[in-house]
Design a protein around this ligand. Structure first.
Ligand SMILES: Nc1ncnc2c1ncn2[C@@H]1O[C@H](COP(=O)(O)OP(=O)(O)O)[C@@H](O)[C@H]1O
Ligand SMILES: [Mg+2]
Length: 242
């Protein structure tokens, strides 16, 4: 089990239904400050639903989402973002008809601290020099990898305390997959707390501190990531080892 202190986000007994479908069946997750926590699991396991509930986009039927000692379950996405939780959604949903710069500033729309926004822009340009070269380009004209970088950058521009990423490596060429995982590591090394959802279990566990394995709405296993990597059942089911 993880240490109780420094837990910034805690999900307790989360239950999510879509009509009669019980998609998430009473899961509990802890995210300690400054750590990367990974949820792995096959398609349909309930990973996106869990992140959507934390972000306020799906209303859980039961359970608590405790963030900095407040139960945020049922609050609006806007309010939750303002409190410091940002989501990089599945499928890199950027604004295709806005420029790269405008997309970035959309991430900062809750903020008024001009100088700090400027500083964060520079940190994002530093992370992703390719975006800096394309500030006036429309988001929709970027390559898939560049759009994913923009989606991550936009989330960073809200200066979140917790950043959630839903399958950030999905559909990217292998070289870009490595780049995305490198960036996640750098964000974490700069103090970012990250809740990561991935089907690419091997790479996700390699960069994360703690992991949960979701199967059809249940957590079937949780442990330090290095131990999950060595777990025989995880190796068989998620790491493609015989
Ligand atoms: N909007 C929705 N309406 C109905 N069923 C949904 C909806 N979103 C997800 N589901 C169902 O909930 C289950 C979990 O889905 P999801 O959270 O997207 O899983 P994952 O992200 O792990 O692939 C699946 O059975 C999926 O079909
Ligand atoms: Mg999903």
């Amino acid at each position: 089990m993880q240490k109780q202190n420094d837990i910034v986000l805690e999900i307790k007994n989360l239950n999510i239904f879509y009509g009669a479908i019980h998609a998430v069946k009473g899961i509990s997750i802890k995210v300690p400050k400054g750590k990367i926590v990974t949820l792995i699991g096959a398609n349909g396991a309930g990973k996106t639903s869990t992140l959507s509930a934390i972000a306020g986009m799906v209303k859980p039927k039961e359970g608590e989402i405790i963030y900095k000692n407040n139960n945020i379950a049922g609050k609006s996405p806007h309010e939750i973002n303002r409190m410091g939780i940002a989501l990089v959604p599945e499928g890199r949903r950027i604004f295709p008809n806005l420029t790269v710069y405008e997309n970035l500033m959309m991430g900062a729309f809750n903020r008024k601290d001009k100088e700090e926004i400027e500083r964060d822009l520079n940190w994002v340009y530093n992370l992703f020099p390719r975006l800096k070269e394309r500030l006036k380009q429309l988001g929709g004209t970027l390559s898939g990898g560049e759009q994913q970088m923009l989606a991550i950058s936009r989330a960073l521009m809200s200066r979140p305390d917790v950043i959630m990423m839903d399958e950030p490596s999905l559909g990217l060429a292998p070289v870009l997959v490595s780049e995305v995982f490198d960036i996640i590591k750098v964000i974490n090394e700069n103090g970012g707390t990250i809740l990561l959802v991935e089907q690419n279990a091997a790479q996700a566990l390699k960069i994360s501190h703690y992991g949960y394995v979701l199967e059809t709405g249940n957590i079937i296993l949780e442990n330090n990531s290095d131990l999950l990597l060595k777990d025989e059942n995880v190796q068989k089911a998620y790491l493609g080892m015989a």
